[in-house]
Unconditional design. Structure first.
Lengths: 281, 311
């Protein structure tokens, strides 16, 4: 598979972050921290590994991306809009009645949203179900499921981890956005989930740890996962909650609060500077 | 015809679906023997998925199978699947309007000896409050088989409530079965007895008892608790002017509540609700428990005599 230029993807990630923050600020509520931490993970999916067609969101042979950490949907919506699944202008309707852009995702709304989420812990089970159906039907495609690090405190995740192993679901790839924080503080203080990769390995998965903000490592990890046979794979992406905005980074206060106009302006300026630091076009 | 449990009727229906509909698949959390999905499992091992004792993951996995076009029947004890996986049914199944069929065996007191923790008495209330959900409690094995076949071609989420204990056959092969359409089992003019599941047999016996008091009781088999057959309920209310409901379930939020919601708003008539009175089940022989919990024909007949006095 031909790889896009990493510098172009890095610039894209900055632009996406700007639009994500504008979108949340316009909505007046939302989850900026966990939206910013997952940007490169979705860029690697939608601009590199996923076989998909924005003109045919119901294409039966498409790869499937399931966002299990539903509060990160501003990033999913922004990515889908940039990909052409729906008009970018619609992003300004986030969370406002009547809108297709729900505060947490609704299946098929807008097109490209594969699954409802918002009640944490459920996505991996659905990924497994799709993979089992695909196996019965002889359909060869990949199912990616993005989980939060706080989210995997939910017991259903580990039920699903056992199911994927038991049924040797090699088409399932979980991605953990290990952004270190959850609503009330550091994950390790709320309920420690480490050692993360070893936990998944103990459940029978192939695991790889990466820097989830390094787009080359992200693409490498997706290639690695695609080559694994006979086992489900997990990419443990070490990330920073609120990535890209200094005052949001690793600050639990930015879990579920929208930036005010002055905060938005400051954040956008910081991102602008970051964009300039990326190698020239 | 010998007595037969509704779970057996389901097992036969699922097996038949295995032969006729290649999209039907089944899942179970180590209760496929109890829920009779094991007959399907033996015949169609590739289309049966064991998920371990993990009801939440089972329902989520079923949702995924439905997302990819399958018609999954997820089977467990009523209590465990509807209790533990209620949130999964809400978001993954109902909110997404998926074609998932949840099968709960061992519903109600007739579980018997296993006691309160296995006796589902609240799930009608839980499930009928979920948008898009369909709730069915068949009265005998044949109706359970028909309900299973009907569920497979009925779009969207369906819950089937089955029992462990054998029950007498009440329906015949050519009796109609349509989801959402109540079956009139006995005509009457003084009171209507509306029941589902094992209580249909009790209601028919109650109607017989009432003839001794020269009371003519109409009996309605309301096998589908949601969507409710409002037409049949209102017709009964108008024609008999009094209603007794009977269910092997708490009176809080179940069949009786569903009927009352229609009656009080559209044609108020006196009502009595026969069911479990806000308490847990207990261990014992199913027949003994039905007596101890006042779910006998005599209890329904007494409620009928009481309600007629209020007309």
């Amino acid at each position: 598979m031909t790889r896009p230029d990493p510098a172009a993807l890095r610039r894209l990630a900055v632009e996406l972050r700007q639009v994500i923050l504008r979108t949340i600020a316009k909505a007046g509520s939302g989850h900026p921290g966990g939206s910013l931490s997952m940007v490169e993970l979705l860029v690697g999916l939608y601009w590199y590994i996923l076989r998909h067609d924005p003109k045919r969101p119901d294409w039966p042979e498409r790869d499937v991306f399931l966002l299990s950490k539903g509060h990160g949907c501003p990033t999913l919506y922004t990515v889908l809009a940039f990909q052409g699944y729906f008009p970018r202008e619609e992003l300004t309707t986030l969370r406002q009645y009547p809108t297709r852009l729900q505060g947490h995702p609704e299946k098929g709304s807008p097109p490209g949203v594969e699954m409802a989420s918002g009640s944490l812990g459920q996505g991996l089970s659905m990924a497994n179900g799709i993979a089992l159906a695909d196996r019965l039907d002889g359909r060869r495609r990949r199912i990616f499921c993005l989980l939060g690090d706080g989210e995997i405190q939910e017991g259903q995740i580990w039920e699903a981890a056992m199911t994927a192993h038991h049924h040797a679901l090699e088409s399932v790839c979980a991605i953990v956005d290990a952004n270190q924080l959850q609503q009330n503080g550091p994950v390790k203080h709320i309920q420690d989930i480490e050692p993360l990769a070893d936990k998944w390995r103990a459940f029978g998965w192939e695991a790889k740890e990466i820097d989830g903000h390094d787009i080359v490592q992200v693409m490498d990890a997706y290639d690695w996962a695609a080559a694994v046979r006979g086992r489900p794979q997990v990419v443990v992406a070490r990330t920073v909650k609120g990535k890209g905005v200094s005052f949001m980074e690793l600050n639990p206060a930015w879990h579920g609060v929208a930036p005010k106009p002055d905060e938005l302006e400051k954040a956008l300026k910081e991102l602008e500077v970051a964009a300039h630091d990326i190698a020239p076009r | 015809m010998p007595d037969k449990a509704t779970r057996d009727g389901f097992g036969e229906g699922l097996l038949e679906l295995g032969k006729t509909n290649p999209n039907v698949v089944a899942l179970s959390g180590d209760l496929e023997d109890s829920a009779r999905a094991i007959w399907f499992k033996k015949e169609f091992p590739d289309r049966f998925f064991s998920v371990g004792i993990a009801e939440q993951d089972m329902v989520g996995t079923a949702a995924g199978l439905a997302m990819a076009g399958k018609i999954p029947f997820a089977c467990s004890f009523s209590q465990f699947v509807t209790g533990k996986a209620l949130e999964q049914m809400r978001m993954a199944v109902c909110y997404q309007k998926l074609n998932v069929k949840i099968v709960g065996s061992h519903g109600g007191l007739s579980v018997g000896a296993d006691g309160a923790t296995a006796e589902a008495l609240e799930e009608f209330a839980h499930l009928r409050s979920l948008p898009h959900m369909t709730v069915i409690a068949p009265c005998d094995a044949l109706e359970a088989k028909k309900a299973t076949l009907a569920a497979a071609v009925y779009p969207g989420p369906v819950y089937l409530r089955l029992g462990r204990a054998p029950v007498p056959p009440l329906t015949k092969p050519d009796d109609p079965f349509e989801i959402g359409k109540a079956n009139l089992l006995r005509e009457g003019t003084d009171v209507t007895l509306i029941a589902c599941g094992v209580m249909v047999a009790q209601a028919l016996q109650a109607a017989e008892l009432l003839t001794k008091d020269e009371i003519s009781a109409c009996v309605l088999n309301l096998h589908t608790i949601k969507p409710l057959d409002k037409g049949a309920i209102l017709k009964a209310a108008r024609q008999t002017g009094a209603i007794v409901t009977a269910e092997e379930h708490t009176v809080l939020g179940g069949l009786g509540s569903a009927v009352a919601e229609v009656v009080v708003q559209e044609h108020p008539v006196p009502m009595r609700l026969v069911g479990v009175m806000d308490r847990f089940g207990t261990s014992g022989d199913p027949a003994v428990l039905l007596k101890a919990f006042h779910l006998m024909p005599e209890d329904i007949a007494k409620a009928a005599r009481d309600v007629i006095r209020l007309k």
